[in-house]
Design a protein around this ligand. Sequence first.
Ligand code: AMP
Ligand code: TRP
Length: 322
Amino acid sequence: MSRILTGIQATGVPHLGNILGAIEPAIRTTKDPSNEAFLFIANMHSLTAIKDPILVRENTYGVAAAWLAFGLDTDKNTFYRQSDIPEVTELMWYLNCVTPFPMLANAHSFKDKSENLSDVNAGLFTYPVLMAADILLYDAEFVPVGKDQMQHLEMTRDMAGAFHSKYQETFVLPEATFDERVMIVPGTDGRKMSKSYNNYIDIFLPEKQLKKQVMSVVTDSTPMEKPKNPDTCNVFALYQLLADDAKVAKMRKNYLGGNYGYGHAKTALFELILDRFDVQRNEYASFMNDREELDKLLLNGAEKARKVASATLTRVRAALEF
Ligand code: AMP
Ligand code: TRP
């Protein structure tokens, strides 16, 4: 059994890029019987950037509801909120004390953030230490990460190594796994879909608002009757990511044949989204209307996570002669 762990930022309701690039692939991985996954919502990390507690709470529920809507099995896996396991902050302190200052000062993501944000708080600086505690607390073997998080994984291994050399072998050394094939989902303006570019499609929106987002996909001004190039069109790019081969071939023909406008293509994309995500849209809405159920699932997950966390902390405290 391999233990896979990943943290999900509570920055907002997952958009189509998060779904195709992260949620669906992760859920496929959890279905492999030889894997056991720990998945948590990193709501404490979110405090480095978001100061509105209601917003962090709502984002946390939104993220949880989205993962559940996409079929995350909470019996097989351990799904929890970071803040429900206070052991993580105790471990963070011990790791802080074996982490050299320059390691944190030179982290790419800290340098980026501290140059661009007005609120450069100590949480931003020690963010990688909390992340290392998230990973080491649960004896994670594999951590799927995007390129931007690779350095944090190296730092996690360095912190574990430093603890081992000062005290004794205590942690499982995690490995980063990085899937080169992961697709980049384009946003409505053709750049990478991202919350910060405000070019995202939120598939969980009510139909009318969702349609508005889909209709806002940027296209060129080729007139309706003229043939169009599918390979340079943002609408086609999104359609291609969601449709089966037969549908894609038909859409390509529509583009090349002329007398098929971008409005038609956008409507087809909108209908495809409704059809493909029908089940998930309903599930998401029902979870969002039942916070008690969400809390129950997350607290059950926390209870499972906490057993592993306290066993690890017992080893850590023993190493420290506490
Ligand atoms: P973020 O919210 O940017 O931290 O992303 C959370 C997860 O979604 C990461 O695994 C990202 O790689 C993935 N992701 C975010 N945006 C996209 C996108 N436009 N296309 C594919 N994957 C994405
Ligand atoms: N820092 C990660 C991100 O921005 C989120 C995260 C927090 C995480 N703790 C983690 C990811 C532990 C993997 C393992 O996406």
